[in-house]
Design a protein around this ligand. Structure first.
Ligand code: ADP
Length: 204
């Protein structure tokens, strides 16, 4: 028991990727994971929305693409994530939400983490049917008023997801780091499914 606790303390920090299509609940669940495991919640969507709100040069470039439901160029998001990781010391772990969204981003993340002496612990893929995703995003539009939660942009975002983001799951599958979770049901139930899985992974 004692040696297990010691091992846990000296273990590398956990770095978890939350993966899934728009509307699968990544943001909601990432917030909960970050709290439970004392990780930094790194959401590229949130960082980009801040840049847009502050009308920075980067925000201006991102705005049009986000409105259309298109991905922001890899070099921009990779740079943002690199800066964020560099803000913290070697002991800090992260939960990545909305990143990586392309295989190039996934490879860059491996590189950034390895430079910081870290690596990905696991990738958790939230599985939700398309009709439910669209239903949730339209519901969210009414609550949060996000401009990219309209029917046309949602279709484009799902298309981008299938074309560019889904291959990322194959990348992690080939590294034996991909785990799938049923993303249907109550928020609390899904949180439990995720934390049971993470507890099992980190106790091994
Ligand atoms: P959702 O997962 O619901 O689509 P996000 O908040 O993660 O919402 O992302 C919103 C938008 O921000 C995306 O549609 C895309 O335009 C941009 N974006 C966020 N993360 C990335 C990323 N890693 N690479 C490229 N674009 C991104």
């Amino acid at each position: 028991m004692c040696s297990k606790i010691l091992l846990y303390i000296i273990k590398m920090p956990q770095n978890i990727v939350l993966f899934g299509p728009p509307g699968s609940g990544k943001g909601t669940q990432a917030t909960r994971i970050a709290q439970r495991y004392s990780l930094v919640h790194l959401s590229t969507g949130d960082i980009l929305r801040k840049e847009v709100a502050n009308q920075t040069e980067l925000g201006k470039v991102a705005f049009a693409l986000m409105q259309e439901g298109k991905l922001v160029p890899d070099e921009i998001v990779i740079g943002m994530v690199g800066n964020k990781i560099a803000e913290y010391d070697a002991r800090q772990g992260f939960v990545f939400d909305g990143f990586p969204r392309t295989v190039l981003q996934a490879k860059a993340l491996d590189e950034l983490l390895s430079q910081a002496g870290k690596s990905i612990t696991c990738v958790i893929s939230l599985e939700v049917a398309k009709e439910e995703l669209i239903h949730r995003l339209l519901l969210r539009k009414g609550i949060e008023g996000r401009e990219d939660d309209n029917q046309q942009t949602i279709e484009n975002r799902l298309e981008e997801y299938h074309q560019k983001t889904l291959p990322v799951s194959e990348y992690y599958k080939s590294q034996n780091k991909l785990y799938t979770i049923d993303g249907n049901g109550e928020i609390e139930t899904i949180s439990e499914r995720i934390s049971n899985l993470i507890d099992k992974i980190i106790s091994n």
